[in-house]
Design a protein around this ligand. Structure first.
Ligand code: BEZ
Length: 260
């Protein structure tokens, strides 16, 4: 997992608020019921935990970023939020459901996440998640690769993301013991706010691991080069539209299966 402690919660809430907005779609898969306890993995600044609380559920949010958790605690002081790495998270409580939006692609050890989710759920509990799937932001990655290669940097060695196919991710869950009940991979072209500058905010918010070791000026120049390469492909009618692809999964920990 990359060091998301450097994340800027303000930038996230102002320029990247579409992350939580789109996440509301996956809440339809979760179908949270009043009184249910729900673990929200990668809760960010807490907006979807807050939505869940509004439905009468009892969410607990965890995130690897201290800054995000501080922002979530400030926005929603009535809700429990903790700094934790979902790849090693263990809870004293059993949850009715585990939920995650736009976070699991940051965790490069998916088997460990699956184990944490399994151990956090009660038998019969469900896991519902949405994140970047195979082919996600492929156009952007290709241009980052080209620009970094011109600086002698191999972007593959710095890849911070995990974007699985449906079959490879379902296999991981099934190996853990889950029954996968639904899985979907779909395109979600995603408009960025702020006109021409949208892509620069996006690169700045999410792509730090690719640019480690560069000065601010070098980074700025690389961002400009990437934007120039991408413009004919992803900039239309005054707005950037990024080639997001999402994977959605729903899985159940079979009733009668205890933790081993
Ligand atoms: C995503 O939500 O798919 C995503 C966000 C930031 C970087 C890469 C992917």
């Amino acid at each position: 997992m990359i060091d998301t402690n450097s994340w800027n919660s303000q930038l996230y809430d102002t320029k990247m608020s579409f992350v939580s907005e789109f996440g509301k779609g996956i809440l339809d898969w979760l179908q949270a019921k009043p009184g249910e306890t729900i673990l929200d993995i990668g809760c960010g600044t807490g907006d979807l935990s807050h939505e869940l609380a509004g439905m009468g559920a009892k969410p607990t949010g965890i995130d690897f970023s201290e800054e995000m958790i501080k922002a979530a605690q400030k926005k929603y002081p009535e809700l429990p939020f903790y700094v934790a790495d979902a790849q090693s998270y263990r809870s004293p409580d059993s949850f009715d459901a585990v939920f995650s939006n736009a976070a699991l692609h940051w965790m490069r050890q998916p088997e460990k996440v699956a184990e944490s989710v399994w151990l956090a759920l009660r038998p019969g509990g469900r896991f519902v998640a949405e994140f970047g799937g195979a082919g996600n932001v492929a156009t952007v990655i290709e241009k980052i690769r080209i620009v970094l290669a011109s600086e002698g940097v191999d972007a593959n060695e710095r890849m911070p993301w995990y974007f699985p196919t449906i079959s490879s991710y379902s296999t991981i869950l099934e190996h853990q013991g889950f029954s996968v009940t639904l899985a979907q991979l779909f395109e979600r072209p995603t408009p960025l706010p702020d006109g021409e500058r949208g892509i620069l905010h996006w690169l700045n918010a999410f792509c730090a691991p690719f640019f480690i070791g560069m000065s601010a000026a070098e980074k700025e120049a690389a961002y400009r080069d990437i934007a120039d390469e991408l413009k004919p492909l992803l900039f239309h009618n005054g707005a950037w539209v990024i080639d997001y692809k999402r994977i959605r999964v729903a899985a159940v920990k079979p009733a009668g299966r205890k933790n081993s």
